[in-house]
Write a protein that binds this ligand. Structure first.
Ligand code: NDP
Ligand code: 2IT
Length: 453
C-alpha cells in the first residue's frame, strides 16, 4: 500500500509542479486513507481519490487598484472551488504577499475534509490575493477589496460559494467586500460570513476558531481524564485565532504565556492576563502595531526576534503543557516538535492550518502526545460560519449562548468522529488518521451517490 501512496502522490506532483504545500497536504491525507481504500475497493474503482485531489474549478484573475499616491497597482486574485459534493463551496479568503496557487490549493483541499467533519452541509473552497494589507490606508484596502469583488462576484453566491476571512481578512475587509457585492448584484444575501452584527453577521463568529481550538483540546484531555485548568500554554500568532484562543484559555483557568507575529515572539512568564489581552487586541485590531511593543509595555515579558539563520523557532522551546500554533503553515518543524516535547508539552491543538511539518507530526505521533490536527481542531471557525449561513436563511439571529452551545456541541462531535474513526481503522489515539478518514468518508460517499461528476 505504501507503494500505492508513493505512486499516487508522484502522479499528483507531476501534474501540479511547484506546489509543495498542496503536495504536503495531499500526501498526509492519502497516507491516512491507504487502509480505507484497502477495505473499500469501491472508492478505488470509482476513482474517488483521483477526483478528490482535482479542484472542480480554479478561478484566477487580475486585480488592478490605485494607491493613495495615484499609482496603479496590480495584484493577482484567486478562488479555488475544490469540492461541492456535500454543499456549496465554503472557505476563507487570505490576503498576504506569500499567497500563490499552491498555497490556496492546499488550504482549499484541507477545507473539504474540515467542512465535512463539522456535521454541516458545506463543500470546500479557498481564495485570496497576494495583496499585502500591512501599512495600507483604510481607503487603499477599500479600493483593493472593491476591485477584487468586482471579479469575484461573478463566481460566488449564497447557494454557490460563500467566502469568509483568513489571514489578512477580518471584519473591515469583509465589510468592503460585502458592500461591493451588494452594489453590483443588487441583492442582500448571506454571500459572505464574518459579517458585522447589524448586517447579517453571527455572534461568536470572531471568537469561534480560537474558542473551538480550546474546546477541541478540552475534549482530547477529557478523553484522558485530564483538565486544562492550571496548564501553561504556548500560543503563536497574535491575530484573530491567537487572541480568542487566549481569551478562552483564560476563561478556563489556563495560563497563556506567549504570542508572536512575523517579527518575533513575546514570552510573559507571569501570564498574559485579561487586561494584557485587551491591550493586545487594541494593538493588533485598532492600532495595527507589532507584538514587540508588548515587551516595551509589560516589563514581565521578553521579546525575541525571528532569527532566519536558526534551524528552529525558540518560541517552541519555552516550557509548557500545551501548544496552540495559531499563525501560519509549517511554523513548527521536526526540531521544534522535539523541543516542545522535551520541555514538557503533552498537547498540541492547531488553530492554524497545517502549522506542523510532516517531520514534526511524526515526532508528535511517535511520542503519543495528544495532537489535534488543524482540520479538526480549527474547524470551529467555519462551523460558526455555517451557523451564520443558517441564521441568514432563517432571517433571524441566535443569542451568544445559543451559538456558543452549538459550537461546543460541534467540536465535541468532531472529536468523537475522529476518535472513533481512528479506533475503527486500527490506530487508536491518532487524530490525524481519524480526521482524514472521517472527513473523507462523508464526501466520498456523496461522490459515489452523485455519479461520475
Ligand atoms: P490574522 O491575519 O488575524 O493573524 C495572523 C497572525 O499570524 C498574525 O499575528 C501574523 O503576523 C501571523 N503570521 C501570518 N503569517 C505569518 C508568517 N508567514 N510567519 C509568521 N507569522 C505569521 O489571521 P488568523 O488569525 O485569522 O489566521 C491564523 C491562522 O489560522 C491561519 O493559518 C489561518 O489559515 C488559520 N485559520 C483561521 C480561521 C479564521 O476563522 N480566521 C479559521 C481556521 C483557521 P503578522 O501580522 O506579522 O503578519
Ligand atoms: O480556514 C478556515 O477554516 C477559515 N479561514 C474559515 C473559513 C470560513 O468559511 O469561515
Amino acid at each position: 500500500m505504501s507503494n500505492f501512496v508513493d505512486e499516487f502522490v508522484a502522479g499528483v506532483e507531476a501534474k501540479n509542479p511547484a506546489q509543495p504545500e498542496f503536495i504536503q497536504a495531499v500526501r498526509e491525507v492519502v497516507d491516512s486513507l491507504a487502509i480505507v481504500l484497502e477495505k473499500h475497493p469501491e472508492y478505488r474503482s470509482a476513482k474517488v481519490l483521483e477526483r478528490i485531489v482535482e479542484p472542480e474549478r480554479v478561478i484566477m484573475f487580475r486585480v488592478p487598484w490605485m494607491d493613495d499616491n495615484g499609482e496603479v497597482q496590480v495584484q493577482r486574485g484567486f478562488r479555488i472551488e475544490f469540492n461541492s459534493a456535500i454543499g456549496p463551496y465554503k472557505g476563507g479568503l487570505r490576503f498576504h504577499p506569500s499567497v500563490n496557487l499552491g498555497i490556496l490549493k492546499f488550504l482549499a483541499f484541507e477545507q473539504v475534509f474540515k467542512n465535512s467533519l463539522t456535521t454541516l452541509p458545506m463543500g470546500g473552497g479557498k481564495g485570496g490575493s497576494d495583496f499585502n494589507p500591512k501599512g495600507k490606508s483604510d481607503a487603499e484596502v477599500m479600493r483593493f477589496c472593491q476591485s477584487f469583488m468586482t471579479e469575484l462576484c461573478k463566481h460566488i453566491g449564497p447557494n454557490t460559494d460563500v467566502p469568509a476571512g483568513d489571514i489578512g481578512v477580518g471584519g473591515r475587509e469583509i465589510g468592503f467586500l460585502f458592500g461591493q457585492y451588494k452594489r453590483i448584484r443588487n441583492e442582500f444575501t448571506g454571500v459572505l460570513t464574518g459579517k458585522g452584527l447589524n448586517w447579517g453577521g453571527s455572534l461568536i463568529r470572531p471568537e469561534a476558531t480560537g474558542y473551538g481550538a480550546v474546546y477541541f483540546a478540552c475534549e482530547m484531555l477529557a478523553a484522558n481524564s485530564k483538565d486544562i485548568s492550571g496548564m501553561t500554554c504556548l500560543v503563536s500568532g497574535s491575530g484573530n485565532v491567537a487572541q480568542y484562543t487566549c481569551e478562552k484559555l483564560l476563561e478556563l483557568g489556563a495560563r497563556p504565556v506567549t504570542l508572536s507575529d512575523s517579527g518575533g515572539f513575546i514570552h510573559d512568564p507571569e501570564g498574559i492576563t485579561t487586561e494584557k489581552l485587551e491591550w493586545v487586541m487594541d494593538l493588533k485590531n485598532v492600532r495595527r502595531g507589532r507584538i514587540k511593543e508588548y515587551a516595551d509595555t509589560f516589563k514581565s515579558a521578553t521579546y525575541t526576534s525571528i532569527d532566519p539563520t536558526l534551524d528552529h523557532n525558540p518560541l517552541w522551546s519555552v516550557p509548557a503543557d500545551c501548544a496552540f500554533p495559531s499563525a501560519t503553515q509549517n511554523e513548527i518543524n521536526g526540531k521544534d516538535a522535539q523541543n516542545l516535547i522535551s520541555n514538557g508539552c503533552q498537547l498540541v491543538s492547531e488553530g492554524a492550518n497545517m502549522p506542523t511539518t510532516p517531520d514534526g507530526v511524526d515526532v508528535y505521533l511517535k511520542n503519543k502526545i495528544l495532537y489535534g490536527p488543524g482540520k479538526a481542531a480549527n474547524a470551529g471557525g467555519v462551523s460558526v460560519s455555517g451557523l451564520e449561513m443558517s441564521q441568514n436563511s432563517l432571517r433571524l439571529s441566535w443569542t451568544r449562548e445559543e451559538v456558543d452551545e452549538r459550537l461546543k456541541g460541534i467540536m465535541k462531535a468532531i472529536h468523537t468522529s475522529c476518535y472513533d474513526a481512528a479506533n475503527e481503522y486500527g490506530t487508536p489515539g491518532n487524530y490525524v488518521n481519524g480526521a482524514n478518514i472521517a472527513g473523507f468518508l462523508k464526501v466520498a460517499n456523496a461522490m459515489l451517490d452523485q455519479g461520475v461528476v
